[in-house]
Design a protein around this ligand. Structure first.
Ligand SMILES: Cc1ncc(COP(=O)(O)O)c(C=O)c1O
Length: 487
């Protein structure tokens, strides 16, 4: 038997890893505990197609409609659609159904690559809204309502606005204010809430009497007036990777066009395994949601209380609008970059985290994390601090390790004639093919943007620390304009 993917997965599972990365279910324990064992045991028998009684994803009237209705009720929206190729698919369909008149879209520059893919597919012109930078940590923050208003005034013919909230680090934008601005201009607001499927569920415990004020989570965009909201149920809740839900939350969007676009971009053989996992995730939320959210909050609260005592560790949990279920760790105080901390956690403790940006390492918690996971993470960080904080202080090693996002590139023309050159020789050329660190999947350079020294250094540093950068080949080459840009 030679099965490389299967072997890899088997070996990984045998290590009994602790998961602070996607997906949110964190392995089989949650399903076992809550009584869905047969789904895991017999899943090959459940892998069917549209047999009689199984309904049809593109005209739901039976069991799939029931699950869609459950989501619509849970999230309090007009209609919910099951997605089998992630929020990515939902974003593309939402944009293609919204940017239809002028084909101009106001979009956050830190959008996920699926937004950029929708531009190509729909021949849509982007107008970039730039998020604020959180200078202390070198990560991008929220997009302001003022920035959206400015762009809408400058581009009164734009069809729609899209932005991620929370972004990958958990920072939410002021969606209520943005929705007010967008609707005053009679436009459509799409919120990529891939990372915030849990926010709506937390709203019900935000108001309970025993909730500590400092651990209020931002509200979901469905409660704040966005027209379309897309949730990766798989990222923080209990469904399988690739399963997601799109919520239609107003009458501003042409529902039939949206449904048409959804069937254009999704597989005609939707997986019943994925859709059943969405059904189970909804069931878990209905039956055990409150209790699981309370436990999740308590576990994180205990973790933060313990972690803030660790020398050399900074926990970034005090930013405005932060979804604190994303645990942003910075151990530069103990002399460790995010990539170094990530490596130690994997190699010495079997703890897998989600995302590194410079000194910041993000551990993504989910509905399936249990108390012991948080305790293992806290203990590992205590031991790492004990070892490295001491060494750093003994050597008085104040080596600067900050790897901040470079300043945003300027956008010029998309090159027609292109060539491939070494990254280090690319200063002054225009980028001709997106360059995307993965994760987070947000292009650091898009076609038409001027390549400057800072961004070259940043990409080189990412590659040096072993991170995957799509758009740079194994020889370190990228695709640029044929000539340097003549300013
Ligand atoms: C901000 C953001 N939006 C959308 C997506 C796409 O979500 P999915 O993986 O469900 O397709 C991602 C994926 O990581 C993301 O980070």
């Amino acid at each position: 038997m030679k099965t490389s993917i299967y072997e890899f997965l088997k070996k990984h599972a045998e290590k009994n890893p602790v998961s602070f990365h996607m997906p949110g279910h964190k392995g089989s324990d949650l399903y076992k505990k809550l009584g869905y064992e047969s789904f895991m045991r017999d899943f090959l028998d459940y892998d069917i197609t549209e047999i009689p009684g199984a309904d049809n994803l593109f005209q739901t009237e039976g069991i799939l409609k029931e699950t869609q209705d459950r989501y619509a009720k849970l999230y309090g929206v007009k209609k919910s659609y099951l997605l089998i190729n992630g929020t990515s698919g939902g974003i593309i369909a939402a944009i293609l159904a919204s940017a239809v008149k002028s084909k101009k879209l106001i979009m956050a520059r830190n959008s996920h690559k699926s937004v950029f893919n929708a531009l190509t597919l729909g021949q849509i012109q982007p107008i970039y809204a730039y998020p604020d930078m959180i200078a202390d940590h070198g990560i991008s923050g929220s997009v302001s309502a003022g920035e959206i208003e400015r762009l809408l005034n400058e581009n009164p013919d734009a069809d729609a606005v899209i932005l991620p909230s929370p972004n990958y680090y958990g920072i939410c934008s002021p969606i209520r204010d943005i929705a007010e601005v967008v609707h005053r201009h009679n436009k459509i607001l799409i919120v990529d809430e891939a990372h915030g499927a849990h926010l709506k569920l937390f709203e019900s415990i935000n108001n309970t009497s025993n909730n500590k004020k400092n651990l209020q989570l931002p509200k979901s965009a469905v409660s704040l007036g966005a027209d379309i909201v897309i949730n990766s149920i798989h990222k923080t809740l209990a469904s399988l990777t690739q399963s997601a839900v799109l919520h239609l939350n107003s009458n501003r969007v042409d529902q039939y066009l949206l449904e048409d676009k959804l069937q254009c971009i999704e597989s005609t053989s939707p997986s019943y395994i994925l859709m059943a996992s969405l059904d189970i995730s909804a069931d878990i939320l209905e039956e055990h949601g409150m209790q699981l959210m309370e436990e999740w909050k308590d576990n994180i609260e205990n973790f933060y209380n313990r972690a803030t005592q660790i020398p050399g560790l900074q926990i970034i949990n005090n930013l405005k609008g932060l979804d604190w279920t994303k645990i942003n760790l910075n151990m530069s105080g103990a002399g460790l970059s995010g990539a170094e901390l990530e490596k130690i956690l994997i190699e010495d403790y079997g703890i897998y985290t989600e995302l590194v940006t410079g000194d910041v390492l993000m551990a993504m918690s989910g509905i399936g994390n249990i108390k012991q996971d948080y305790e293992k993470l806290a203990k590992a960080l205590e031991e790492i601090s004990y070892k490295y904080y001491k060494i750093k202080n003994e050597k008085n090693n104040d080596k600067k390790r900050k790897l901040n996002l470079p300043k945003q590139a300027k956008l010029f023309d998309i090159p027609k004639e292109k060539k491939k050159i070494k990254l280090e020789d690319a200063e002054g050329y225009l980028c001709a093919s997106s360059i995307i660190p993965y994760p987070p999947g947000i292009p650091i350079l898009c076609p038409g943007e001027l390549i400057e020294k800072g961004v070259i250094e940043y990409i080189k540093a990412l590659r040096f620390s072993g991170e995957k950068v799509i758009g740079v080949n194994e020889l370190g080459e990228i695709i640029v304009s044929y000539d340097k840009y003549n300013k």
